[in-house]
Design a protein around this ligand. Structure first.
Ligand code: PBG
Length: 329
């Protein structure tokens, strides 16, 4: 025979063989659940654009965290919706900040749960930007990078004081990882790790989250601080800078449209790599599933496995609880 048939199908014949030669694994240990917390009592308000997700008050948040622990999810990342917003986002770093209250209660109820806090100002500013506003290009209002840094450091220290296990800056200001590291060290928290949103793109896929966190920018957009989607090499610079400044874990965000960036990051750096499968990526599968166009569970596990295959160890995903339960079988 001039073309001998290579029997690739030999190792696909049975479930046990497929299991044995599988190159990538997905475990509940890889998953981090994003949760939204707001003031009040007994609140569990559905987020219309993100089916199955809620804005919780601290008490209902604790119940949700208990069920995540039971499902085997090791970590949550908290986003706060404050009572009131102002130009400087003071609800982010006040003593009684909503996220700080949530952290205190979560750590008391679930001491072994890793409680990560998102560090950013966009949920807390009345203009919805991730920092304070100054003058940018051609005198147009824009986020003032250097004036924002001390506020982010204050926010991170407030979270650490409340008992957070890790802080995760998502603002994309230059130098913020160094400013937060210095702030934490000076405040007596040298052991609190930083998970940096290092390669965070100005993406259309954050739409549902901005509903959930009530944080859309009231003017302009985030293109002067978040990365331009066509750029890949620039992501390597962003990640290298964050590692130099003290990031312990680096992140690529979003995930599915940026699997190439995840792969590049995994090949180039040794620190643990996270990827954020964001709200829009999640909600589009939910919408398709609701229409009967996709099977949610299969699609979700395929996507999460693809993110692991691309090289991410940790995945921030709104499927964290569902996936942990699915993986348990
Ligand atoms: C805050 C922040 C955003 C997300 C995480 N942190 C929104 C944004 O940058 O506009 C998006 C998460 C998601 O879409 O699931 N800066």
């Amino acid at each position: 025979m001039s073309y001998p048939i290579v029997r690739m199908r030999r190792l696909r014949q049975s479930a046990v063989l497929r299991r044995m030669v599988r190159e990538t694994s997905l475990s509940a240990d890889d998953l981090i659940m994003p949760l939204f917390v707001r003031p009040g009592q007994g609140i569990k308000k559905a987020i219309a654009s993100m089916p199955g997700n809620f804005q919780f008050s601290v008490d209902t948040l604790v119940e949700e965290a208990r069920s995540l622990v039971d499902a085997g999810v090791p970590a949550v990342i908290l986003f706060g919706i404050p009572e009131a917003k102002d130009a400087h986002g003071s609800g982010a770093y006040a003593e009684d900040a909503i996220v700080c209250r949530a952290v205190e209660h979560l750590k008391r109820a679930c001491p072994d749960l890793c409680v990560i806090t998102d560090v950013c100002l966009c949920e807390y500013t009345d203009h919805g930007h991730c920092g304070v506003i100054g003058h940018g290009h051609a005198g147009k209002p824009d986020v003032d990078n250097d004036a924002t840094l001390p506020l982010l450091a204050r926010e991170a220290v407030a979270h650490a004081r409340a008992g957070a296990d890790m802080v995760a800056p998502s603002d994309m200001m230059d130098g913020r990882v160094g400013a937060i590291r210095d702030g934490l060290d000076e405040a007596g928290f040298p052991d609190i790790p930083i998970m940096a949103y290092s390669a965070k793109y100005a993406s259309a896929f954050y739409g549902p989250f901005r509903d959930a966190a009530e944080s859309p920018p009231q003017f302009g957009d985030r293109t002067t601080y978040q990365m331009d989607p066509p750029n890949a090499r620039e992501a390597l610079r962003e990640i290298a800078l964050d590692i130099d400044e003290g990031a312990d874990i680096v992140m690529v965000k979003p995930a599915l449209p940026y699997l190439d960036i995840i792969r590049m990051a995994a090949d180039n750096f040794e620190v643990p790599l996270a990827a954020y499968h964001v709200s829009g990526e999640f909600s589009m599968v939910k919408a398709a599933a609701a229409n009967g166009w996709l099977e949610e569970k299969r699609a979700a596990l395929e996507i999460l496995t693809a993110i692991r295959r691309a090289g991410a160890k940790l995945i921030l995903t709104y499927w964290a609880k569902d996936a942990a339960l699915w993986l348990r079988g």
